[in-house]
Design a protein around this ligand. Sequence first.
Ligand SMILES: C[S@@+](CC[C@H](N)C(=O)[O-])C[C@H]1O[C@@H](n2cnc3c(N)ncnc32)[C@H](O)[C@@H]1O
Length: 340
Amino acid sequence: MADAEKSPAETDPRFALMDYAMGYLFPAALRAAAALGVADHLIDGPRSVADLAEAVGADPRNLYRTLRLLATREVFVEGADGRFGLTPAAELLRGDVPSSFRSAVLMLTDPTFWRTAGELTEAVRTGTAPFERLFGMPFFDHFARDAETAAVFHVGMAAMSDPENPIVARACEFPPDAVVVDLGGGHGGLLLAVLREHPGVRGVLFDQPHVLREHRLGELGEDDRWELAAGDFFGAAPPGDVYLVKRILHDWDDEQCVRILRHCRRAVSGRGRVLVVDAVVPPGNDPDPGKVIDILMMSSLTGRERTRAEFAELFARAGFRLARVLPTGTRLSIVEGVPV
Ligand SMILES: C[S@@+](CC[C@H](N)C(=O)[O-])C[C@H]1O[C@@H](n2cnc3c(N)ncnc32)[C@H](O)[C@@H]1O
């Protein structure tokens, strides 16, 4: 289309900047709908806003304005009769469905991320995340304070990981009888998928004691090819053949990552490997989800999303060689390190 045929909103970058600057309002509306449990009240079909507002305890006019915005991205839909109903995305905001994403939305829009992102200038200026100043302690200490706070992160994290776990598990290759250690494996969603996908392997779920208390490996029923190992991955890693390190290294700076990987190097068997599962940031200007979540790491933690070359450097410092990078079709790749 020639510039002359375009509207001012398409040609004047101030309109784009205006939209970018207000980009935080959609997540705000999404959080409100998730927090109020709107989707749970639409299970039996569309409802008028007045009816819905009464059911969730909300102001009808403001609920309408919130749902109207969400419907622009197919999260809820307004019918010709003015009633709102579920869409496939809104369905996942229900709390009672197995693939519910509600806790992931509430985690990703939690004040611990929201407030720190609001102070990003400080992180950019000083090189240090504002998290500790705002919340009085490091990220994972905050989320160990009490069971309710822990659940916000760890239940949300498990829901966020659920769609990617079976895909990652299928993409992983293991020696047939390998001991697979999921380092910082949270509630065990990835290990669960690995054990289901790979009948010969055994699994060790390694994480902090209060996280392991909520593990999900019992879903395997009679299948007891797993054990729990509570500990600190800065102190040691349990023995094993293959180390899964998913969404871990991006939380930590280079020195901390090298410490974690060196413990894997010390503990790994002769036929072993480390499989780091994280975003691998591509070069260039194209949009990439890794470039987005990187900002979250910058504002709340000491870590960052890394390029292939940066992973290769971490591996080299810890006694591994980067053998290959396998894209998985999710937002994550498998970065494979073999001991040298
Ligand atoms: C971002 S979550 C990733 C969880 C899981 N791997 C996934 O992909 O869903 C980071 C995990 O590291 C664990 N963790 C943080 N610090 C730890 C430490 N010092 N030792 C062991 N685990 C730790 C947390 O409890 C949490 O489960």
